[in-house]
Structures are given as structure tokens and as C-alpha cells.
Design a protein around this ligand. Structure first.
Ligand code: ADP
Length: 184
């Protein structure tokens, strides 16, 4: 593993916006470049670390606080952490940002209609049918970031374009090096 600076790359956005897809593609690129990283995917985290939490504001905040805590520990030990979680509330995202010095927020943005048409997991259909309550974008709020480091528009950008944007920002901020430095 290369000697590296830790950083938390935090993907926020509606369900189906493309957070996990972009994070996975980014993971593959970073591994190829030789970086050590950890992925904390919201859906997976909710089956272990934050199991039992629901979708009230308090539970959503607690979910994010715990993910943020683990990200903080990893980041300060030189790990690149890719977090994908809807994280709908600005205040708790900013709280996590304040705690983790090295924090890059990626707003994965697609109109609700696009996410709903994709309906990757069939959840929008169930939310519209009233089978799932407190579903972000339907009957629960989403507060977009005001100044994210990266803003991906997945309704009009390819996954590759979004990944390149994140990689470029990580390089600009000094977390990774994309091109090998010429020797001599
Ligand atoms: P989230 O993690 O935000 O809930 P997912 O990554 O699970 O979203 O699902 C996003 C879906 O949208 C995937 O099926 C993905 O293939 C599709 N998709 C289409 N275009 C894009 C794009 N430009 N960026 C990311 N995902 C996209």
C-alpha cells in the first residue's frame, strides 16, 4: 500500500441518484492506483453498525453520526474512506465534516423523477403505494449541500465522468496523485 493521506469522501443524494455506483467505480480506480481504502455503504452499514435504527430524524442523525465516527477513526489512520449514505440533513453532514479534518463532500444529484424512474430497488414504487413511510424525496426531506467539493449530475453525466471529477478533486486537494512523478 502506498503511503497516503487519509480522507473521507462522503457521497450524499437521493436513493437511486448513483452514490453506490460512483463509489464502487471510484473504489476500483483507486485500488488500481495502489491506494488503500474502505467503503462504508449506507445499506450495508444499516445491517450491522447501525442495525435497529429507523428513519426518524433522530435515528437518521444517529446513523450518520456513527458512520462519521468510524470514518473519522479510519481517516486519521491514513485510510481513504468512501461513504455512500443518503444523509438527507445538512446539519449532521456539517457536524461530521467539522469532526473530520479531511472531508470531501460529493453531491450526487439527479432529479427525483429520474431516481424514481430508475427505481433500482423498487423502493419508490413501494413508497408511492404507502408501503414505506418516511421515504426521502417522497414524504421525507432532502437538504442538498450548499457548497459540496464535487457536484455530480448523474442525469446528464456518465459514471466515468463523475468518477473523473472526484479523482480530479482529490488530486487538487493533494490526497492522491494520478500521474507518476517523473524521476530525475
Ligand atoms: P444510490 O446508491 O444513490 O441509492 P445506486 O448507485 O444504487 O444509487 O443506483 C443508481 C442507478 O443509476 C444504478 O442502476 C446506475 O447504474 C444508474 N445510473 C445511470 N446513470 C448513472 C450515472 N451517470 N451515475 C451513477 N449511476 C447511474
Amino acid at each position: 500500500m502506498k503511503k497516503q493521506r487519509g480522507v473521507t469522501v462522503w457521497f450524499t443524494g437521493l436513493s437511486g441518484a448513483g452514490k453506490s455506483t460512483i463509489a464502487q467505480a471510484l473504489e476500483a480506480q483507486l485500488r488500481q492506483l495502489g491506494y488503500g481504502l474502505e467503503v462504508l455503504d449506507g445499506d450495508i452499514v444499516r445491517t450491522n453498525l447501525t442495525k435497529g435504527l429507523g428513519f426518524s430524524r433522530a435515528d437518521r442523525d444517529e446513523n450518520i453520526r456513527r458512520i462519521g465516527f468510524v470514518s473519522h477513526l479510519l481517516t486519521r489512520n491514513g485510510v481513504i474512506v468512501l461513504v455512500s449514505a443518503i444523509s438527507p440533513y445538512r446539519e449532521i453532514r456539517d457536524e461530521v465534516r467539522d469532526r473530520i479534518d479531511d472531508f470531501v463532500e460529493v453531491y450526487v444529484d439527479a432529479p427525483l423523477q429520474v431516481c424514481e424512474n430508475r427505481d433500482v430497488k423498487g423502493l419508490y414504487k413501494r413508497a408511492r403505494a404507502g408501503e414505506i413511510k418516511q421515504f426521502t424525496g417522497i414524504d421525507d426531506p432532502y437538504e442538498p449541500p450548499l457548497s459540496p467539493e464535487v457536484h455530480c449530475h448523474t442525469d446528464r453525466e456518465s459514471v466515468e465522468e463523475s468518477v473523473v471529477k472526484v479523482l480530479a478533486k482529490l488530486e487538487t486537494l493533494g490526497y492522491i496523485q494520478l500521474a507518476a512523478t517523473p524521476v530525475g
